[in-house]
Design a protein around this ligand. Sequence first.
Ligand code: ASP
Length: 442
Amino acid sequence: MLKVCKFGGTSMADAAAIKKVKEIISGDESRRYIVVSAPGKRNKDDIKITDTLYKCYNDLAEKGSCKERFALIRERFLKIAADLGIKSDFKAVLDATEREIAEKKSADFTASRGEYLSARIMAEYLDFEFVDAEDIVRFDSQGRLNEDYTDDKVKTRLARIERAVIPGFYGRDSQGNIKTFSRGGSDITGSIIARGVNADIYENWTDVSGFLVCDPRIVPGAETIRQITYKELRELSYMGASVLHAEAIFPVMKVKIPINIRNTFKPDDPGTMIVPNEQYKSTNDEIITGIAGKKNFTVIFIEKSMMNSEVGFVRRVLSVIEHHGLCIEHVPSGIDTLSIVLESEQLKDGVLSDIVNEIRENVSPDYVHVIENISLIATVGHGMARRKGVAATLFTALANAGINIAMIDQGSSELNIIIGVANSDYEKCIKAIHDAFVVQNK
Ligand code: ASP
């Protein structure tokens, strides 16, 4: 058995948390490759090391020096090192880091130092080897992960090392400069390492016991999802469930390594298992897996009789949106109708009215109608495909709650039903769906 474990910012926030991490790692011989984030918040008013580092870079760019701000980084790491009894001269490591930040003047390099320093401390504390991510994670000239190169490097480099700590979040670009993933990207590093060493499982240790069926601010006491497929998770993360970086499933998904979300502060909780379809152990009573949503969308509703017999109709509508360089979320359609759902944020400063006018010119519709302030809510579950009446249950629940549905989109995968409701009904809608499926099913 071989496990790759990634520990997030709260697990690395101070010596007390790091001691818990060590207990977790020492408790299981197979936890051999450890990926760490930079120290995160110790309490809700605290500042993440990565945020302070980005501010260091801004100070450097604006004032020519980040000495004062870097003192905060220095203080935090020195305290962690002292509290853990780190023997090596960590002050010298911090001096060198501060010098390099000033020399390189790169936002990515500066931000990456949180993970670098965190991993240096962790490697010494665990007595594992430190393997720098800059030597194994590589991006291509377009800034995307160079998967083949990286996979190969991880394999060859770690094959010779029994136990290692690797900093998350960064690698090198095609020019050899340090480049980071987007925020929260250490989750991706963990996945890359798990794939490279062909781990049996990728454990992602954080400060919650997994994904919840829905937002606990809307449904207090919402249950933890024990098992979810990669595809279901993709749908939920896309709609806003944010425990894991949305791109972190891709490296392990190809080779079917499951991800287990675990809680460093409640290590006995089993957490959420994210698995390929064929590893999902069905209990047959689950209908839906989770509910997630996002606010602030706009629906452009277009009606034209016989649009189906007009060659190029849809293309001409969509080309208007493309011409404005905007992304489309959904395109639900009927016989004589087509709706386009976009994030409202993209439609400010007259863009919306320009688009509507151009659609009128391009396809001469019978009718165009705009509905603003819409929330999209996804009800996800592969159990829906083999059940009758799921949609009926959902729509009845919403009707009983007095919620008007502005849009419906059921993907062809039968994994997901997405509905659009007024922003003001967002919370009420999630609660009604939760009660209809999760509470009624008990
Ligand atoms: N430390 C980085 C961030 O705050 C990356 C990570 O934690 O995954 O986004």
